[in-house]
Every structure is written in structure tokens, then in C-alpha cells.
Design a protein around this ligand. Structure first.
Ligand code: HAM
Length: 409
């Protein structure tokens, strides 16, 4: 499992705070669910024949003999919790977001970790295409605020139940004569869950799938209208997208609109965000039938691909009392700087000012505030920029703070 050091944590925090701002502006409230859930929850929602459930879950028995799993995703836990709280009494639409660690036993590589982090959101109780569009628009805005420009929104519909039933039948009809050429896993899926075959990465399967029927041909009138409306509205709000009939999400609960967003910075096969509609899940998990849509942003990937300029930390300063009588002033000065958003230490100049400045520089601190006998007598502060080496006298502590902030921007 990966350690997030102080640099990575800072960048995580920055994206999290941008996300909190945007999500709350769209009316979402934060929700926290446990990291452990009953294994059964993910088997029933994500799906027995998916890679996540079949190969990637961290599952174990607890002391009471129950099978528990480290959550591999956030939608099923949120839906479970909302159902337990009582969905009938919940005013709809319900907009919830969550931020936290998730676990999948995948082969670790850049952008793919066994403990990773998601910022996710779920919008329950709104079946309109407008909801789909609001969610996608919000994501584009959120990623834009993180500094991404070259974003690709890949869009697809899985249709309603009837569309999928029709499509499943058409697909089975097409694949059955090719049964012998399919990989063993796909042969098995032809029986258990044919739509999952579309997700196969095996070369031979992909060749067969190249000419396979597409869902478009199986859509009911209603499903087609919904999806067309989504596209019209996206055009209207100026979000560009690419229709992608090969978009297969790795979880079985999806219905209707699905999407992934990737960035030129990262390479298209690693999505920054995945999401879509799951109008049947609430009912499947025992709640009153409720339409829903949601997404999860891969926080690790966003942080790795985020343009460097956005990763601006707070300015950092060290206040150095150079005389024993300067300590009280130094403590008060540090309090004012911290209040102004400057990350401030009170340093130790006992071993000489040269040594103290060297230590600050090595720790990546740019600003040193020196308070010696002269400064105390003049009621002034000396501000040293450790990058340029320039030093200036400043007459008030407010001016000290504003100089540090202006020069750091
Ligand atoms: P997902 O596509 O499985 O969807 O994951 C969403 C995002 O999480 C991915 O696009 C990726 O950025 C990130 N991610 C997934 N696995 C890893 C990993 N091993 N390492 C790093 N990042 C990873 C879901 O999880 C759905 N629950 C999203 C959703 C919410 N759909 C509806 N509501």
C-alpha cells in the first residue's frame, strides 16, 4: 500500500478542497460510510462476474465468521446506508458526496494502486436527462478548477431494462456461433452475463467484438429519447463529448447514461472519472425503486496528472528571535502571519543566524522574519527572502504579511 508523503498529502488536500467547494455549490452534502462492508453488498451490486468482485476484492472472515470486504467502491455503501436510514422518508432528490480510500487488488502501476482514493457523488431521486447533464457539467467545472484543459468526456448509453434485454439477445445470437473462438472466460460469460464480454481485454475476443452489434440498434424509443436529450443539453451548456459505443464500465449496476472523463495529460485509457446512471440499484438492494446517477473521481490520478502550476502551497515563513527579549514579539508575529494564511514556524537562532537560515532554506521555507535588538528598538521587522537573498525592513506586522503574500503569488 502506498504512503502519501507530505507533498502528496498537500496536493490531495488542494483537490479535495476544490471538490468540496464545487460539490457544495451544486447542493451536495458530505457522507461517510465505513471502510468495511459485508462482502455480499458488493457481490449483489457490482456483480459476481465483474473483475472487481471476481479478482480484486480484499475479503476476509472476521472473528464472528462473517465475510467482510474492504470497500472497492463507494456507490453500494452509500445506497445501503440511505436505504437503512429509510428512503421513503428522505426528501428527494438527495445529493451526497464522499471522499476516502478504496481498495482493489490490481496490479500496481502508475495511476493504479491497491489503496486508492476517490471523490464520489451520488444523486438519488432524479430520473431526468437534466440530472445527467448537471453531473457531467459539474465534473468538467471541477476538473477545470484543478487546472485541466484537455479533457475528453466519453459518453454512452446502456439503455433501459428492455433495451438491454433486446441487446443481450442480439449479442448472444451474434456470439454463439463464435463460441469456440472466444476465450474461456468469455465462453463462461456467454452463459452468466453476456454484456460483460464487451469488457474483455483478450485480443481474440476483441477481434470478434469489432463486428458485434451495438446497443444503439436495441434502444427503446424512451431510452433513445433520454440519451438524445442528454446530448442536446450538453451541447447547450457547451460541454464537448465523444460518443463511445465501446465504453464498458467495470460494474454491473449501470443503466442508461454512462461516461468516463480522461485527460490528455494522462493518456486516454486511464480515466480520471467514471460514472453513470444506476436506476435499478436501490430497488435491487431492497429499497423503494429510486432512479440515481453518480460518479467517482480517481483522486490519485487527478493529483498525478494535475498541471504543476495548480499545486501552489501556502507561503512558508520562519520567525527568528535573535535576542532573548524578542521571543514575545516573535510569538505575536507568528500568530498574525498564521492568521493571514502563511504557514509559520518560530525558529531557534541559538546556534547563530547563519545556521538558522540554512536550516530554513533546506526545509523549503522562503521567508525569514528576523527580530533582533535593532528591530525591537525600532519596532520594526527584517524580512529576508531566502531565494533572492534580499532583505528589507518592514514597519508593521500587517505589512509583513502582505509583502510575503504578494511576493509569493
Ligand atoms: P470506477 O470507474 O470503478 O467507478 O472508478 C472511478 C475512478 O476511480 C476511475 O476512473 C479511476 O480514476 C479511479 N480508480 C479506480 N481504480 C483505481 C485504482 N486501482 N487506482 C487508482 N485509481 C483508481 C466507481 O468506482 C463507481 N463507484 C463510480 C460511480 C459512482 N458510479 C456511479 N456512482
Amino acid at each position: 500500500m502506498r504512503v502519501l508523503d507530505e507533498v502528496a498529502s498537500g496536493r490531495f488536500h488542494q483537490v479535495e478542497s476544490i471538490a468540496r467547494n464545487v460539490l457544495t455549490a451544486y447542493g451536495y452534502a458530505e457522507f461517510r460510510t465505513p471502510i468495511l462492508e459485508h462482502t455480499e453488498l458488493f457481490v449483489r451490486s457490482v456483480g459476481q462476474s465483474t473483475d472487481i468482485v471476481g479478482k480484486e476484492m480484499y475479503t476476509f472472515e472476521d472473528r464472528g465468521g462473517r465475510s467482510l470486504t474492504l470497500r472497492p467502491e463507494g456507490t453500494a455503501p452509500v445506497v445501503r446506508a440511505v436505504i437503512e436510514r429509510g428512503i421513503r422518508n428522505t426528501p428527494m432528490p438527495l445529493k451526497l458526496f464522499y471522499i476516502g480510500p478504496y481498495f482493489r487488488y490490481e496490479r500496481p502501476q502508475k495511476g493504479r494502486y491497491r489503496q486508492f482514493h476517490q471523490i464520489g457523488a451520488e444523486l438519488l431521486g432524479d430520473a431526468r436527462p437534466e440530472a445527467d447533464v448537471e453531473v457531467i457539467q459539474m465534473l468538467v467545472e471541477l476538473l477545470g478548477a484543478c487546472g485541466f484543459s484537455g479533457l475528453t468526456v466519453a459518453l454512452q448509453t446502456l439503455g433501459d431494462d428492455e433495451s438491454r434485454d433486446r441487446f443481450r439477445a442480439t449479442l448472444v445470437e451474434y456470439l454463439t456461433p463464435q463460441h469456440e473462438r472466444l476465450s474461456p472466460e468469455s465462453q463462461e460469460r456467454l452463459e452468466s452475463n453476456p454484456l460483460r464480454i464487451l469488457d474483455s481485454k483478450v485480443r481474440g475476443d476483441r477481434e470478434i467484438l469489432a463486428d458485434a452489434p451495438r446497443i444503439d440498434g436495441s434502444l427503446t424509443e424512451e431510452a433513445r429519447k433520454h440519451f438524445e436529450r442528454v446530448q442536446q443539453l450538453l451541447d447547450l451548456v457547451g460541454v464537448s463529448y465523444r460518443l463511445d459505443s465501446s465504453l464498458v464500465r467495470g460494474l454491473d449496476y449501470y443503466t442508461g447514461t454512462v461516461f468516463e472523463i480522461s485527460s490528455d495529460e494522462l493518456g486516454a485509457q486511464d480515466a480520471l472519472v467514471g460514472g453513470g446512471r444506476y436506476d435499478n440499484l436501490v430497488a435491487e438492494l431492497g429499497g423503494t425503486s429510486t432512479p440515481a446517477i453518480g460518479f467517482a473521481i480517481g483522486l490519485d490520478r487527478v493529483v498525478e496528472a494535475m498541471p504543476e502550476t495548480q499545486a501552489q502551497d501556502r507561503p512558508r515563513a520562519v520567525v527568528l528571535p535573535l535576542h532573548h527579549e524578542a521571543l514575545a514579539t516573535a510569538l505575536r508575529t507568528a500568530a498574525v502571519l498564521r492568521d493571514a494564511g502563511i504557514s509559520t514556524d518560530v525558529g531557534d537562532a541559538d546556534r547563530g543566524i547563519g545556521k538558522a537560515l540554512q536550516v530554513a532554506d533546506r526545509r523549503g521555507i522562503r521567508w525569514a522574519v528576523l527580530i533582533g535588538e535593532d528591530e525591537l528598538a525600532a519596532e520594526e521587522w527584517s524580512l529576508k527572502d531566502l531565494i533572492s537573498g534580499d532583505q528589507q525592513r518592514v514597519g508593521t506586522v500587517q505589512e509583513l504579511a502582505s509583502t510575503i503574500q504578494q511576493e509569493t503569488d
